[in-house]
Write a protein that binds this ligand. Structure first.
Ligand code: ATP
Ligand code: MG
Length: 718
């Protein structure tokens, strides 16, 4: 088997072979990014079948995302002695899809609330009935509820000491009751239902235990308690459980993921064999080095340092654009140049970012420059976001009062209820010809006085937008519609999502600033929507396109070139985590301080995951302004630099340059190649001043010559 693998060009190292040949009992592989954990699972599957004659039916491979599962299946099919038919028999699944199939087969018929927007609607209605619509955000509530459920905390057993706890419990309770009454379940319920089912039906559990004799789980660091318990139950009798993962890549703890399952696996399974992999096969050596430097500053981790297999000299590139629009332009030009020169194709590039709204500027630049892309982030565009769309619809109406779709979009903001809204929509033909069809609402018999008042005010506002600059129009509406909720509401302690909301609105303002008239702005938004639609079909899956995704979505994947954007303070770490402190008295026992430390470590892990996705080239971009404010380079990137004081002459021995000071000075100097064009801000770090012989002295971004010099990095005090 191994010889045939070698014929295919796959030379496993000794440790990997050891793991692949593992046959019975629990096995743990806790190893860094790109060290071949997923590859080992794939090869072991082939080994079990072709060498150990295990029936493919008896193997269960669990992974984190649909995309990862598909990739694994594909890789298995190409192993020696395997084909697509055999690969199709092996259960290669996500937790969700595997257990959904089981509960479906055994009598669970409820519809699944698969789209979060339906969950939002339900929660909004509950909040309105309780008079709490201005106090809580559906988004926040859902993620809180989800993390409780995934830790198997029942809604009934939530504490009700403070008023807020009581309120939250009531909301969650109403939500759960609504689902039962309406014959629905949500995403999290799938796993909980499966768990309860397996406990209540010993015969079903026994059948699963008998069928799945070899179980392997990838990305085990992000399993939550329900997932852990489910796997434990299924493997109980035979304990043929192989898990792989990397505690440094735990990035879903906000969703209840608990890396202690992987860190304590040897205690949970004292007979577990442990195999360590420490060679990174994925990335160029400089990238592996950067990953090591980024992550080693975390305290709560199992220490491990990766060695690089692929020695080469290209260094990660750091750019410091003025702002996100500037960043989008520089990165787009870079991609286009590489493609034009035949060095790369679009599909080689991935753009990774911290939050979905970070992608707004780059998507717009791609649209302007006709760069094909696929957005793995969200189905809807930035302008379709529930906070953004109503504002855009108001502007559309200012330009075209008869735009019925825009009218529909703003109805909820006018306190028009569903029935009244329906009536209006059904009247479309009758009213659309009028100059201001919205006025027609006034004549409806059940429209209340306060609704009429609101409507008149709103019409005035819409008319006033027409002569405004786009950014002024957005700011006006933002004040009008959101400021009260976002800024003045003191009761809302669940502020995490407020920061994300503010960020989204700031992003909309930045976008609007680029246009001088609302006509231009609206037609640009329409163009973006059209392009997205054209590109969003899954049949384009294999097209040659730049991949865009949040770091969270990039887990387990790899790309020849990774551009990590928005690597500035405020975004990495993301401001929203500092609000966590305010949550410390809500259902928590840990002190707020501790939560922040934990959150900061998770933010660092995100940067680690991002940089370790790159195979050959890595561009890290840290805009000097983030959301209108001056922003330093992300501390996680800075931590990876050897620090020297400004008066250092550079005459150090190479090894001595690794003197890391824990004290943060106001400015620090690193030695670098610096682009001389004056316009481009690219620079490449030189680890030691002596390490001068880089393969190119041409700016990778603008192709101007580069000069050796020192680069000053200013820290903003936090
Ligand atoms: P992550 O932590 O990011 O999930 P991983 O540990 O699962 O990473 P893999 O994705 O399995 O790592 O492997 C990373 C890359 O290294 C892949 O492109 C894989 O094909 C390659 N690789 C793994 N092992 C070897 C090997 N022995 N020889 C050559 N290439 C290898
Ligand atoms: Mg992997």
């Amino acid at each position: 088997f191994f010889r045939s693998l070698e014929k295919q060009g796959i030379y496993l190292n000794e440790q990997q072979i050891h793991a692949v040949r593992h046959f019975k009992g629990p096995l743990l592989t806790l190893a860094g990014a790109g060290s071949g954990k997923t590859s080992v699972l794939v090869c072991r599957t082939g080994y079990l079948i072709t060498v150990r004659n295990i029936n493919p039916k008896n193997i269960l491979l669990v992974t984190f995302s649909k995309k990862a599962a598909e990739e694994m299946r594909d890789r298995i099919a190409h192993l020696p002695g395997m084909d697509e038919n055999i690969a199709a028999i092996i259960q290669t699944r996500t937790f969700h899809s595997f257990f959904l199939k089981i509960i479906r087969k055994h009598g669970v018929t409820q519809d699944i609330l698969s789209e979060t927007r339906y969950q939002h609607i339900v929660l909004k209605r509950i909040l309105r009935e309780m008079g709490l619509q201005d106090e809580y955000q559906p988004e926040t509530l859902l993620s809180l509820l989800s993390s409780y459920k995934m830790q198997m905390v029942n809604v009934d057993s939530l504490p009700e000491t403070t008023d807020e706890e009581k309120e939250l419990k009531q909301i969650f309770d109403a939500y759960e009751k609504w689902k039962t009454a309406n014959n629905k379940i949500d995403f999290d319920d799938v796993l909980l239902f499966a768990y309860n089912m397996l406990r209540q039906k010993p015969s079903l559990l026994a059948a699963l235990q008998k069928r799945f004799l070899y179980v392997m789980v990838d990305e085990f660091q992000d399993t939550n308690m329900v997932q852990y318990e489910l796997i434990k139950m299924i493997t109980e009798p035979h304990r043929n459980l192989m898990i792989v993962g990397d505690d440094d890549q735990t990035i879903y703890s906000f969703n209840g993921a608990r890396n202690e399952f992987i860190l304590n696996f040897d205690k949970l399974y004292p007979d577990a064999k442990t195999i360590t992999l420490d060679i990174n096969y994925r990335s160029a050596s400089s990238i592996v080095g950067l990953g090591n430097e980024v992550i080693r500053h975390n305290k709560r981790r199992k220490k491990k340092t990766l060695k690089a297999k692929r020695q080469n000299q290209t260094q990660p590139q750091y750019i410091r654009p003025k702002n996100t629009d500037d960043e989008a332009e520089i990165i787009t030009k870079y991609i286009l140049r590489q493609v034009k020169q035949g060095k790369r194709s679009f599909g080689d590039f991935a753009i990774l970012y911290r939050t979905a709204s970070n992608s707004r500027a780059i998507i717009e630049q791609f649209v302007i420059d006709d760069v094909p892309f696929v957005d793995y982030g969200s189905e809807e565009s930035f302008y379709g976001h529930w906070l953004v769309k109503p504002l855009v619809d108001h502007i559309r109406l200012a330009l075209h009062p008869q735009d019925f779709e825009a009218m529909e979009g703003i109805l909820p903001t006018l306190y028009i209820n569903r029935e009244q809204g329906m009536e209006f929509i059904l009247d479309q033909e009758k009213v659309q010809k009028k100059k201001w069809p919205l006025i027609h609402l006034m004549s409806y018999p059940d429209i209340k006085d306060f609704q009429k008042e609101k409507l008149m005010e709103r019409l005035k506002l819409i008319k006033s937008l027409k002569s405004m600059k786009p950014v002024d129009a957005i700011q006006l509406m933002r004040r009008e519609f959101y400021d009260q909720f976002l800024e003045t509401n003191k009761r809302n302690k669940l502020t995490h999502h407020k920061e994300i909301m503010r960020e989204t609105l700031d992003e909309l303002e930045s976008s609007a600033k680029r246009f001088s008239s609302i006509e231009e702005f609206v037609s640009f938004i329409a163009e973006v929507a059209e392009k997205r639609k054209a590109m969003d079909h899954s049949q384009h899956e294999n097209d040659d396109r730049v991949s865009l995704m949040t770091i969270h979505k990039s887990k387990g994947l790899e790309f020849p070139v990774v551009c990590l954007i928005g690597a500035s303070e405020g975004n990495m770490p993301h401001n929203s985590i500092f609000d966590a402190e305010k949550m410390s008295d809500v259902f928590t026992t840990h002190a707020g301080r501790d939560k922040i430390t934990a959150a900061m470590e998770e933010e660092r892990r995100l940067v680690y995951v991002a940089v370790t996705r790159a195979k050959d080239d890595l561009v890290i971009s840290s805009p000097a302004y983030h959301r209108g404010k001056k922003a330093a380079v992300s501390r996680y990137i800075m931590d990876a630099f050897p620090k020297r004081s400004a008066n250092d002459t550079g005459n150090r021995q190479p090894g001595a340059s690794k003197s890391y000071s824990s004290q943060r000075t106001q400015t620090d100097t690193v030695y670098a190649w610096i682009c001389t064009s004056g316009k481009c801000t690219a620079w490449q770090r030189i680890k030691t001043y002596e390490e001068a012989e880089l393969p190119t002295r041409e700016c990778p971004l603008c192709k101007s010559p580069m000069e050796k010099g020192s680069k000053e990095i200013t820290f903003l005090s936090h």
